[in-house]
Design a protein around this ligand. Structure first.
Ligand SMILES: Cc1ncc(COP(=O)(O)O)c(C=O)c1O
Ligand SMILES: Nc1c(O)cccc1C(=O)C[C@H](N)C(=O)O
Length: 415
């Protein structure tokens, strides 16, 4: 690939159709933020919307706001706002609870939809909560937990026995940034009689997603990464319309009841995706999500994908051209654009202090054990020049050996 200059990057910034979105986010001066795949930046509209909920809807409206401010229907309203980003219909998505809880709900619902099959199949190396919740769901239901590498050939082998009820996969791998072929894998699972739950934590707002077009069964995801709804923001859950009338989820709380204000003694599920709800939702956090989704309603996902790939290409071209970088840095993320999320991961045995030395320079990425330096690229608030500077800083940190300073090896609780 042709060498890239800072001047070329400045030109691309000037021509960038998404550049104006940068003004809709608050980021500290002097920081290049490449960790939006863990916690997204603050949309400028969020503090005002949250204050409005607290002061007006809660402070003045009090209990009436459950009706007047639409609190009761927020999970559905926010689900419908999110749906276009997921390739889903508005009534197939609800917002509520966390990813871990929603994984549990969909795995058990999937098991019940697939009687006679008793295996929950997960992928080697998935994000730990996916693995742990699958173990918990297997323990409580008597199902068997199995794992396979997330390669089509290995999945086919694991599915061939005909006993897999549900397959749980991440659309984009949190550690490597690999993007999986949702359409092909869903079709493979269905051919073998299994249902699929897709974890979209690292793809919602990062790449175009087409749940309905791929024939997906269920999906879960978070809103605090690329969707920028803030720390601990509520998760979402998708159920394909064809499953909704039959699905039974295990956390059968009153917000998922058909007639919640009849206060009946027995559970009867609501119609549609609402039956995936459980109890009261964090309305203050929902207000932050609402403000961030208003930004997303104006984003063209094809433009976003084009810029995302251009940014990750740029970073790779400088930091690891041809797959290797200075000091033995090795590209972990697939080089093929169609297999790449909006993230670049590089492996190095001294990854932790290298990332810390970069953070000390104002370039924020993160480290994932055992040896992965991880950089997330958020096209709404990152420019080409920043990515050029970040990649150049990485090369300098490694070549200069400044990461060897012992202060960069001190571990903190959240890495
Ligand atoms: C793939 C994946 N699943 C789930 C989670 C988190 O789940 P929860 O929001 O329940 O903490 C994360 C990140 O924290 C993740 O990367
Ligand atoms: N969800 C997180 C949290 O509650 C605390 C700290 C980090 C996170 C993250 O989101 C980590 C992220 N899923 C990852 O891919 O590493």
């Amino acid at each position: 690939m042709a060498p890239v200059t800072r001047e070329e990057c400045a030109k691309r910034d000037a021509e960038d159709p998404l550049a104006a979105f940068r003004g809709e986010f608050r980021l500290p001066e002097g920081v290049i933020y490449l960790d939006g795949n863990s916690l997204g930046a603050l949309p400028a509209a969020v503090p005002g919307r949250v204050a409005d909920l607290i002061e007006r809807e809660w402070g003045e409206g009090l209990i009436a706001s459950w009706n007047d401010a639409g609190w009761w229907d927020k999970p559905r309203e926010l689900g419908a706002m999110l749906a276009p980003l997921l390739g889903a219909a508005g009534d197939e998505v609800v917002v509520g609870d966390g990813v871990s809880a929603n994984i549990f709900k969909t795995l058990v619902a999937g098991l019940r939809l697939n009687p006679g099959r008793s295996v929950l199949l997960g992928e080697d190396g998935n994000f730990p909560t996916d693995l742990y919740i699958t173990q918990g769901a297997a323990e409580i239901t008597g199902a068997e937990e199995r794992r396979a590498p997330a390669r089509p050939d290995a999945l086919e082998e694991a599915l061939a026995g005909g006993d897999v009820a549900v397959l749980l996969l991440s659309h984009v791998d949190y550690r490597t940034g690999e993007l999986r072929d949702m359409a092909a894998i869903t079709e493979l699972a269905h051919r073998h009689g299994a249902l699929v739950v897709w974890d979209l934590c690292h793809s919602a707002g990062a790449v175009p997603v087409d749940l309905d077009g791929c024939g997906a069964d269920f999906a879960v995801g978070c809103t605090y990464k690329y969707l920028n709804a803030g720390p601990g923001a509520p998760g979402f859950v998708y159920a394909a319309r064809r499953h909704q009338p039959h699905l039974r989820q295990p956390l059968s709380g009153w917000h998922g009841h058909a007639r919640p204000f009849d206060f009946e003694p027995d559970y009867r599920p609501a119609d549609g995706a609402s039956r995936l709800l459980s109890g009261s939702q964090p309305l203050v956090a929902d207000a932050a999500l609402e403000a961030s989704l208003r930004v997303w309603s104006r984003v063209d996902m094809e433009q976003l994908r084009t810029k995302s790939l251009a940014l990750t290409d740029l970073f790779i071209t400088i930091a690891a051209p041809g797959g290797t970088g200075p000091g033995g840095l090795r590209l972990v993320t697939p080089a093929e654009p169609e297999r790449r999320g909006s993230q670049v991961s590089l492996a190095h045995p001294d990854g932790y202090p290298i990332v810390q030395a970069l953070i000390a320079r104002g370039v924020i990425g993160d480290f994932r054990a055992p040896d992965v330096l991880r950089f997330g690229f958020t096209p709404l608030y990152l420019g080409y020049t920043e990515v050029f500077d970040a990649a150049t800083a990485l090369v300098e940190v490694v070549e200069s050996g400044e990461w060897r300073d012992p202060r960069h090896s001190r571990r903190s609780q959240v890495t």
